[in-house]
Design a protein around this ligand. Structure first.
Ligand code: ADP
Ligand code: MG
Length: 623
């Protein structure tokens, strides 16, 4: 989804009037909270000084009297000992059914399905992913409130660009459970770009390379006139720092000739050691891998080149995804103006070198890669809370696909064009098609194509109780309103009588950025074909309307016609009716025009009769 930047004429607030607004990076592995203080965004530390909170919650056995849970580092430390009740990587479950969860068998705890939702089974009962995430969010909320000694006004929470509506909604629900007012959800790559101030910089194309603990995301953003648009997203939701740990652990065990099968907690211990070694190697030229498992005592020296060699396949996989996303975006690597590095795993020197060599430019690494997403979210939160000074910038979403309604013949009338900034409201007037029509069916659609059949159906509703009028006399105003969260409501109101109907819909529901991209691509590829089909449909609608109008006129006033005139009109109608089902738009139009011409004098006669009827019995001055 794209973001639009606008200037907000804000007033500078007194320090005591400032609202506490934070940015939260709710990560798969780590979560952070950041805020703007004295004009600078910074991550807020816990009591121990650490800013990172492992996204891990351990549930304790209520029967053992330990009615409670551990969150963060305590929970992480307990994972080896109690993997089944220690929930990590819960972000993978958010807004998903069991079948939709990637690599569910890699998780150390048991996931089951409940009400179409993947939930975790623990000693303390079943926990929804929203409940688990809420524990993490609440911890960060308390941290912020302690740090400011004030209540939290609201938070901007980041989500991956590919998160669909269900996943975004689940994130909002988790925040609500944690008692957090969500100012807005924004995409992680956009937040990273904001942290680097790219939104103030030159227009152009940027790549955001985000290698975290369990996921790799690559996004191509385009900045034009202050609008960030996600051109394409890609990556691998099962590739991250954890895989580097596993590869290193496997290599170290193989070097030592360890062949014994390890149990779950031994595996966890080996991986924890591998992770420590990996992280140390990012700033040191050798490290010892030490572990005692399954009766083996392992001591293996690891050099950076050993590490890089045994993980080379993983690094190569990220670059394959980078090439693919550039292809999807239709962008060559030298069009990319800047590369932003995000995620703790981009501290690995091999990653920086490989990405730098590919793009032939030094990637942006001067901000802490763990913190960059939270920092960008904090800048946003500060602006949304109204704390920013004059001229500060506010980001708004734009609508990714056009919104419109179905008109006669299955055509789409676009009402809100794509890339309109939200919130927005747009109205258009429509009329009835048939005489005496008292109800109107409205069909709300999303997409760039001209035919309803090629667009996505969002909602249907009816406007009833329109007073009977001749076709074309009713004036029905259809208004589309999209609020700041992207929620659409459509209302229809007959202006004369005031009868009204409305419906609320979520336009982005279930559409990933890839699907949006595909729908757009589709609309470009088929624009020519759409013009042809639109012409045909319009010709058919006109023809049907002409035939219907002529039938109505004949039923009322056929007595005005001589038999020969009546026969001529019947013939014109018959030849139009015969051709209206054909694919030949031009022929249909010609036959419609012929019928219109052939009935001109009949129409004049009817008009005279109508005037006479209207005037009869009235005095001249009344007219
Ligand atoms: P997520 O976005 O998935 O929550 P993070 O961005 O916090 O993840 O990244 C966590 C990953 O970063 C872990 O795999 C961790 O081992 C790795 N990491 C952190 N510091 C370093 C470092 N100095 N060198 C290499 N990897 C690191
Ligand atoms: Mg992350």
């Amino acid at each position: 989804m794209a973001l639009l930047q606008i200037s907000e004429p804000g007033q500078s607030l007194d320090p005591h009037q400032r609202r506490v607004a934070v940015g939260i990076d709710l990560g798969t592995t780590h979560s952070l909270v950041a805020a703007v203080r004295h004009g600078i965004a910074e991550c807020l530390p816990a009591d121990d000084g650490r800013v990172i909170l492992p996204s891990v919650v351990r549930y304790l056995d209520p029967v053992q009297g330990g009615a409670g849970r551990q969150i963060g580092f305590d929970a992480l430390a307990a994972q080896v000992q109690d993997p089944a009740n220690t929930v990590s990587s819960v972000k993978r479950l958010m807004g998903r059914s069991l079948a939709q969860v990637v690599d569910v068998d890699k998780l150390s705890y048991n996931v089951v399905e409940q009400d179409g939702m993947a939930v975790v089974e623990t000693v303390a009962g079943r926990k929804t992913p929203m409940e688990v995430s809420a524990e993490i969010l609440a911890t960060l909320r308390f941290r912020a409130e302690d740090s400011f000694d004030d209540e939290l006004y609201g938070a901007v929470i980041t989500v991956p660009a590919y998160f669909d509506d269900a996943q975004r909604q689940a994130t909002k629900d988790a925040a609500q459970l944690a008692g957090i007012h969500v100012l807005r959800l924004i995409n992680e790559p956009t937040a990273a770009a904001i942290a680097y101030g790219l939104d103030n910089g030159s227009e152009g194309i940027y790549a955001i390379y985000d290698l975290g603990g369990g996921t790799f995301d690559i996004s191509i953003l385009r900045l034009t006139k202050g609008v960030f648009e996600v051109m394409a997203t890609g990556g691998d939701s099962a590739l991250g720092g954890d895989d580097y740990d596993q590869a290193l652990a496997a290599w170290a065990l193989a070097q030592q000739g360890v062949s014994a099968a390890l149990n779950a907690s031994e595996r966890a211990a080996v991986h924890a050691e591998a992770r420590r070694v990996k992280e140390t190697l990012s700033s040191s030229s050798s490290e010892m891998f030490r572990s005692s498992v399954a009766g083996w005592h392992i001591e293996q020296a690891v050099s950076p080149s050993d590490f890089e060699a045994c993980t080379a396949a993983l690094t190569a996989r990220t670059m394959t995804a980078v090439r693919k996303v550039l292809r999807d975006a239709g962008v060559s690597k030298d069009e990319v103006q800047g590369v932003v590095m995000v995620g703790g795993s981009t501290r690995m020197p091999i990653i920086r070198r490989t990405v730098g060599a590919f793009f032939e430019r030094e990637p942006l690494t001067n901000l802490n890669p763990d913190e960059v997403v939270a920092l960008g979210a904090a800048i946003q939160a500060n602006a949304l809370a109204g704390n920013s000074r004059d001229g500060d910038l506010l980001l708004l979403d734009v609508i990714p696909l056009s919104l419109g309604i179905e008109t006669m013949g299955g055509l789409v009338e676009r009402i809100v064009p794509r890339n309109s900034a939200i919130p927005t409201a747009r109205a258009q007037d429509f009329t009835t098609y048939q005489d005496g029509q008292t109800a109107l069916a409205l069909h709300v659609v999303q997409g760039e194509r001209d035919l309803v059949a090629d667009c996505r159906s969002l909602a249907r509703f009816e406007l009833r109780g329109i007073p009977p009028m001749v076709a074309g006399a009713a004036r029905i105003r259809v208004t589309f309103t999209v609020d700041a969260d992207g929620l659409l409501s459509v209302s229809a109101r007959e202006q004369g009588s005031g009868v009204e109907a409305r419906v609320d819909v979520k336009p982005a529901y279930g559409l990933s950025d890839e699907q949006i991209a595909a729908m757009l691509q589709d609309s470009f590829a088929t624009a020519q074909q759409d013009i042809a089909s639109r012409a045909l449909v319009e010709a058919r609608v006109d023809a049907d309307r002409m035939i219907a109008a002529t039938r109505t006129a004949l039923a009322a006033d056929a007595d005005l016609l001589a038999p020969a005139e009546l026969q001529q009109i019947d013939e014109l109608m018959a030849s139009l009716a015969a051709i209206v089902g054909s694919e030949d738009a031009a022929a249909i139009e010609a036959a419609t025009t012929a019928l219109a011409k052939g009935t001109e004098s009949f129409a004049a006669l009817r008009m005279n009769r109508g005037i006479q009827q209207a005037l009869s019995g009235k005095k001249l001055e009344e007219v």
